[in-house]
Structure formats: structure tokens, C-alpha cells
Design a protein around this ligand. Structure first.
Ligand SMILES: Cc1cc2nc3c(=O)[nH]c(=O)nc-3n(C[C@H](O)[C@H](O)[C@H](O)COP(=O)(O)OP(=O)(O)OC[C@H]3O[C@@H](n4cnc5c(N)ncnc54)[C@H](O)[C@@H]3O)c2cc1C
Ligand SMILES: Cc1ncc(C[n+]2csc(CCOP(=O)(O)OP(=O)(O)O)c2C)c(N)n1
Ligand SMILES: [Mg+2]
Length: 438
């Protein structure tokens, strides 16, 4: 048991202890248990060598446009990260895993990059001549600049250079390594790359904010508006979980982090139906905190039986269903690849009525005008509660970088839709996506 505890905590992972049934039935031997300090030694300081730190300092000093790419490994390193950005006058782009640790109270934040990121995150990374990756395993190769020099700091050597070709790889803890690096860096004065990136970010943010409204006040509800309302009404230390699918997109773009909130998803494995079970786990672990599951209708219906767990275990999880009647993310991928979407429409029941029959408090909303009150009602309900929000089916979340192939694919989709007599749908798609295509 002690070995398993040390392995799990020390290696930041999972340890599996297998106990055969007959052993479990035997009387426990009374051997001494290790003292706390021996059971859980404090995490070691992991630092690159002096020569490597000097080499990194000179690489950074050689850069004209330095961009920092920050990920989940920046947890607990917010102060050092901001000091580094201030010293280098470098914008900070984040990977999704870094959102909760990086983006808050951060005057250097220029948003996320990647398919569902912000255009500013994409452009800021691509414009760099030197990139420093900090505690990130950002996976999408086509989003790394081809001609920049890239250095990476990671705790685990096997993570270095996994996603792009490196000029330098350093094994180290982000906070400790930056503490040792900062005294080696002269303060820069040139803010041009930073200011340009911040300008792009403000523009991208503004354009996304424009979509998070009640629109003309008529149904259907925009999922961006739903997420914005949930964000505004959620507790200061809420734990959010988001399903794989468009709920991940809305969470990445419209949830505000503050250093106390958390965002959990199946970001690495990308497995659907994660939000409800993750919310159950989070609520059991943190009974006093507000836990909000942003579920897709597809994801939710895959594990719908677990609603009973909420009533049975008296877990006050707030379940927000982004009910777009579709496996929306996959529909979008099909369209972008030039296929006419097939097999993605969902025939849903009234989820709120169903939840009420299972003993939960539940509200169904179809009209944007009813949404603010419904969100408040669900989030303030003392027990488990379900918000069934009927949202727009055609709310595409196009990538910030639209590849030529994808544009061709999009028109191929349109052509196929016309030939299939689904002209109305194309108009819907066009209308919803004009702001993205501008
Ligand atoms: C539908 C969907 C769409 C997605 N789209 C995007 C997208 O557009 N953009 C995006 O960014 N992601 C996206 N993701 C998530 C993506 O797949 C990755 O999971 C994510 O980018 C990884 O974030 P990360 O690098 O911060 O975290 P991780 O993958 O967890 O990497 C963290 C790294 O930090 C290291 N580390 C940990 N602690 C420390 C420490 N103290 N010091 C140093 N190193 C440390 C770890 O060894 C690891 O290598 C999407 C996921 C889904 C499901
Ligand atoms: C177990 C599993 N099956 C299939 C997929 C492929 N997939 C990714 S997102 C998605 C659709 C999700 O639909 P929904 O939960 O309704 O969310 P939406 O995108 O419509 O908001 C699918 C089928 C997956 N990631 N995991
Ligand atoms: Mg859906």
C-alpha cells in the first residue's frame, strides 16, 4: 500500500494495487507504518543544468519575436510565468490543458491555439522566431511554426520533442526552472510583438463575444450564449466538466478562469460522455464546491443512467445539456471534410421531463428570453438539477486557420446539400457562420 501511494503521488499518476480475495480476508499484520515524511516525500526540485539554462537564455536573447506556449504543467507557476513574459515582453498562448492555470489575471494572455482556439493564439505562435514551450504537450503539429527555433521545458524527458522539432529540450519543473532562468535574462523594452498579439486577441475576443448573445431573442438558443450565462452565474470556485464535442469548444472559449475555478475534460483521450461521470467524481471529492457538467446531448444519452447516481448519492451536480439534437462536432468535421453529414441526427426525449421522473429538479428551455432565469434557478438549486437547453443545431465552430482543403470541403458540402434538396440547411449554415468566414 505504501509503495502504491508513493508511486501514485510521486509519479503524478495512477497506481493499481491488486489484492487477492483470500489475502483480503486474512487478519492484517501489525507492521509499523512509515512516518508521513517517509510516506510522502516532498516533490523534488527538478532543474536543468547551469549550462543548459545559459544556453536557453542565449536562445531567448537571440529572438526578435518570442512567444510562450504554456500548458497544464504551468500549474503553480503563474507568478514566474508572468515575470518571464514581462521580462521578454512575450505574449503567452495556451494549450487547452493550461487554460485554468494560465489565462486568468494575465495581461500577456492572447488566447488558445488549435482547431478550436482563437485566431490570435494561432497567429501569435506562427509569427514567432523563438518559441518556449512550458509544461505542454500541445498535440497538433500543423499549428507549430515551421521556421521558428523551439525550446521546451518539461518534467518528463520522454515528452520533449514529441510534437515538433526542437532546438533545445530541458528537463525541469516550470516554476523552479523559470526561477533559475529569470536572473539570466535582460529586461526587454520592445513590445511590438506583444502589443500586436494583444491587439489580435482583443479583436478575436470581441468577435467571439458578439456570438454569445440572445440574438434576435427567438429560438434557437446559441450555445455560446448559454455558456456565457452559466459562466456568469457560476460560483467563484466552480468545477466545470465539459463533454468531448462542441461543449469543449464553448468551454474553451466562454468559461472564465480565475485561479480557483477548474475545468476538467477528456482532453487527452477525447472520449465522449466524460462530463457527467467526471462531475460525479469531482462532486464526491469536493462536496462543498459547485460542480457543473456541460454535457452534449449525444454524450449525455450515452451514460444517461448515471442520473440516478445523482439522486441516490445525493450529489448536487448541475447538469447543463447542450441539446442541439445532433452529434454536432462530428457533423462539423464531416462538413469540413466535404461529406454530407450522415448518422448524426439525434431523436431526443424531453430530458427535463425524464429527469423529473427520476426525482431531479429540471427545467427545459427553448427560448433565449427564458434562459437567464433558468440558469440561475438550476445553479442555485440546493440538490442535483438539470437544465435541458435546446440549442441551435448549425452552430459551427470553424477553426481559426481554415485550410484551403477545408474551404473546398465546405463548398463541396454545400453542393452536395443542394443536390440532396437540403438548400434550407445551407442557408442556415451560411447565416450562422458568416462571422467566422469574414
Ligand atoms: C474535441 C477536442 C478539441 C480539442 N481542441 C484543442 C485545441 O484546439 N487546442 C488545444 O490546445 N487543445 C485542444 N484539445 C485538447 C488537446 O487534445 C490536448 O489535450 C491539450 O492541448 C493538451 O494541453 P496541455 O499541453 O496543457 O496538457 P497536457 O497534455 O496534460 O501536457 C502537460 C505537459 O506538462 C508536463 N508537466 C506537468 N507538470 C509539469 C511541471 N510542474 N513542470 C514541467 N512540466 C510539467 C507534462 O509532463 C506534460 O508533458 C482538444 C480536445 C478535444 C477533446
Ligand atoms: C466514445 C466516443 N465515440 C465517438 C467519438 C467521436 N465523437 C467526438 S465528438 C462526437 C459528438 C458528440 O456529440 P454531443 O455529445 O451531442 O456533442 P455536440 O458536439 O453535439 O455538442 C463524436 C461522435 C468519441 N470522441 N468518443
Ligand atoms: Mg449534440
Amino acid at each position: 500500500m505504501e509503495l502504491a501511494i508513493r508511486a501514485a503521488v510521486g509519479q503524478r499518476g495512477v497506481a493499481v494495487l491488486v489484492i487477492p480475495g483470500d489475502v483480503a480476508l486474512k487478519a492484517a499484520v501489525t507492521t509499523a507504518i512509515s512516518e508521513q515524511a517517509a510516506l510522502l516525500p516532498k516533490a523534488p526540485r527538478i532543474l536543468p543544468s547551469e549550462e543548459e539554462l545559459d544556453a536557453l537564455a542565449s536562445l531567448l536573447n537571440s529572438g526578435k519575436k518570442i512567444t510562450l506556449l504554456a500548458g497544464r504543467g504551468c500549474a503553480g507557476a503563474h507568478t514566474q510565468l508572468l515575470q518571464l513574459a514581462e521580462t521578454l515582453k512575450a505574449p503567452i498562448v495556451h494549450a487547452l490543458g493550461g487554460k485554468e492555470h494560465v489565462a486568468y489575471d494575465n495581461p500577456y494572455d492572447v488566447g488558445m491555439t488549435g482547431l478550436i482556439g482563437f485566431s490570435s493564439g494561432y497567429h501569435t505562435l506562427m509569427a514567432a522566431d523563438v518559441v518556449l514551450m512550458l509544461g505542454t504537450d500541445f498535440p497538433y503539429r500543423q499549428f507549430y511554426p515551421e521556421n521558428a527555433k523551439i525550446a521546451q521545458i518539461d518534467l518528463r524527458p520522454e515528452q520533449l520533442g514529441r510534437r515538433c522539432t526542437l532546438t533545445q529540450g530541458l528537463v525541469g519543473d516550470v516554476a523552479d526552472t523559470l526561477d533559475a532562468l529569470l536572473p539570466r535574462l535582460p529586461v526587454r523594452l520592445d513590445r511590438s510583438h506583444l502589443d500586436h498579439s494583444l491587439h489580435l486577441y482583443a479583436k478575436a475576443r470581441h468577435e467571439l463575444d458578439d456570438l454569445a448573445t440572445a440574438g434576435n431573442g427567438k429560438a434557437p438558443i446559441h450555445p455560446q450564449y448559454l455558456t456565457r450565462l452559466v459562466d456568469q452565474a457560476a460560483a467563484d470556485d466552480a468545477i466545470f466538466t465539459a463533454d468531448v464535442g462542441t461543449p469543449t469548444v464553448w468551454a474553451a472559449r466562454y468559461l472564465t478562469m480565475n485561479g480557483r475555478r477548474q475545468l476538467i475534460g477528456s482532453f487527452v483521450h477525447g472520449s465522449m460522455a466524460n462530463a457527467l461521470p467526471q462531475a460525479i467524481g469531482a462532486q464526491v471529492a469536493q462536496p462543498k464546491r459547485q460542480v457543473i457538467s456541460l454535457s452534449g446531448d449525444g454524450g449525455f444519452t450515452m451514460l444517461m443512467g448515471d442520473l440516478i447516481t445523482l439522486t441516490q448519492e445525493k450529489l448536487p451536480v448541475k447538469l447543463v445539456i447542450v441539446n442541439n439534437g445532433s452529434l454536432g462536432f462530428v457533423a462539423m468535421e464531416m462538413k469540413a471534410a466535404g461529406y454530407l453529414e450522415t448518422g448524426v441526427n439525434l431523436q431526443n426525449p424531453d430530458f427535463a421531463a425524464m429527469a423529473r421522473a427520476m426525482g431531479l429538479h429540471a427545467v427545459r428551455v427553448e427560448n433565449p428570453a427564458d434562459l437567464p432565469a433558468a440558469v440561475d434557478d438550476i445553479l442555485n438549486h440546493p440538490g442535483p438539477a438539470v437544465l435541458d437547453a435546446v440549442t441551435n443545431t448549425q452552430e459551427l465552430a470553424l477553426p481559426p486557420k481554415i485550410e484551403k482543403a477545408q474551404i473546398t470541403g465546405f463548398s463541396l458540402y454545400a453542393l452536395k446539400a443542394v443536390m440532396n434538396g437540403r438548400g434550407d440547411e445551407i442557408l442556415d449554415v451560411a447565416r450562422t457562420n458568416i462571422p467566422f468566414l469574414r
